[in-house]
Structures are given as structure tokens and as C-alpha cells.
Design a protein around this ligand. Structure first.
Ligand code: TYD
Length: 217
């Protein structure tokens, strides 16, 4: 019989999914919803994020609230070091075990954010691709920066270093440019939609990675 069904926990290949977007886009909510969806179907899934909670990730977060600004080059180096640990200690081991890995931010964030500070996104990409495996799917949750900032303020948080309107406009432009350039596996999702609607689009896209449905099901 041919009817829609959720995918089966048939994990014979590793799957690597990244969520990207500007601050306040809702990507963290979507990453959690996807993780729960997969876990509820018996799929082994790891949800992780960058900056990580390791020593370099913590140093990055501290620097974000410090009055001394880092140069874009220093910042890029730190994000790359943090990612190198992340890849070696968490992402690659999980992919080797054929687990689904979901990361909330990955190297497209460095291209977009440090690119928005004036560095060449393609040079950042090259440095990352020396060691970082490419995701099978990167979901760009896109929203206009003015809406993102309203959301962040509505959460009662004051704005951090990277959360300025003109800066987020540049970050978003780089993300959208990468969509137009055909960054492999990058899919644009309208982040202004209801979270449940976005989640449905996300699961449809992820399901495709698991291969065609068995027509006998
Ligand atoms: P974010 O995902 O917002 O973490 P949290 O919600 O836990 O604070 O990431 C923190 C900031 O780091 C965010 O403003 C984007 C920035 N960032 C970069 O500038 N470059 C990078 O490579 C990464 C991974 C993040």
C-alpha cells in the first residue's frame, strides 16, 4: 500500500544536518524539534551546537561579552579551533557510528558572520573544508533581521555583540548569496512561518536523505 508514513529507523548510512540562520531566526527551536522527531522514531540522533561548550567555545562566549574586541582574523581562528575539536571529538565519532548528527551552526556561520566583519567568505570556507566534513543538508532558517531583533528583545534579552541590525543584514546577505551560488546541500526555509509548518518542511527534507520509501509499505 502506498500511503504517507514517517521514516523507518533504517540507519545504514550516516546523516549530517546543519541548521543556520541569523540570531533570532528560530533555528535552535527547529534543531530541537527535529531531534525529538527522530528520537521518537527510534533513530539514533545527536544534537550539538557551535560555539561548543568546550574550552575554546567557552572562551569565545566570554570574548563576546568582553569590552575588548577581537580582530576578525582572531575570531575566525578561534571558531575554527573550536570546530576542529568538535569535528574530531563529537561529529566524526557519531557519524562513524551511523548516528544522525544535527548541529546548530557550523562553518557557514563563520563564512557569514566573520565574512560580515570583512573577511572573504570563500577563504573561510577553504580553511574549514580542510578538516570539516560537509553536511548532507544545511537548513537556512531565513528571516528579516528587523524581525529577528524584535524576537530577541521580546525574549527579554539585551542584544549581544553580533546582534546589531546593520551587521545582521550583512550576515543574512552572505547566507543568501551562498544559496544563490549553490552551496552544496543548502536549502532556504522561510523562518517567518509557524514553527510547526517549518518543522514539517524540515522533516520532509531530512526524510529525503534517508532514501526512497519502500513501495511495499
Ligand atoms: P548562537 O548560536 O547564537 O549561540 P547562543 O544562542 O547559545 O548564544 O551563537 C553565538 C554567536 O556566535 C552568534 O551571534 C553567531 C556567532 N558565531 C560566529 O560569529 N561565527 C561562527 O563560526 C559561529 C559558529 C558562531
Amino acid at each position: 500500500m502506498n500511503y504517507p508514513r514517517p521514516f523507518t529507523p533504517n540507519q545504514n548510512r550516516a546523516t549530517f544536518v546543519a541548521f543556520e540562520g541569523i540570531d533570532g531566526s528560530g533555528k535552535t527551536t527547529q534543531a530541537h524539534m527535529l531531534k525529538d522527531y527522530l528520537a521518537n522514531r527510534g533513530i539514533e540522533v545527536v544534537l550539538t551546537c557551535e560555539p561548543t561548550s568546550g574550552p575554546i567555545g567557552r572562551a569565545i562566549r566570554q570574548a563576546a561579552v568582553s569590552p575588548d574586541p577581537m580582530s576578525p582574523e582572531e575570531e575566525t581562528d578561534l571558531f575554527i579551533q573550536d570546530r576542529a575539536d568538535h569535528v574530531k571529538n563529537l561529529i566524526l565519532p557519531a557519524l562513524r557510528l551511523k548516528q544522525v548528527v544535527i548541529t546548530d551552526r557550523y562553518y557557514l556561520s563563520t563564512m557569514a558572520y566573520q565574512g560580515a566583519r570583512g573577511l572573504d567568505p570563500e577563504a573561510i570556507r577553504t580553511k574549514n573544508e580542510l578538516f570539516a566534513p560537509s553536511p548532507d543538508l544545511t537548513l537556512l532558517i531565513d528571516i528579516p533581521p528587523a524581525i529577528a531583533l524584535q524576537r530577541i528583545q521580546a525574549r527579554g534579552r539585551h542584544l549581544e555583540k553580533f546582534e546589531m541590525l546593520d551587521f545582521l543584514i550583512r550576515v543574512r546577505d552572505i547566507y543568501l548569496t551562498q544559496v544563490n551560488l549553490g552551496f552544496p546541500g543548502l536549502v532556504l526555509i522561510d523562518g517567518r512561518q509557524e514553527p510547526t509548518v517549518i518543522h514539517q518542511q524540515v522533516t520532509n527534507l531530512v526524510e529525503r536523505l534517508f532514501g526512497p520509501r519502500d513501495s511495499n509499505d
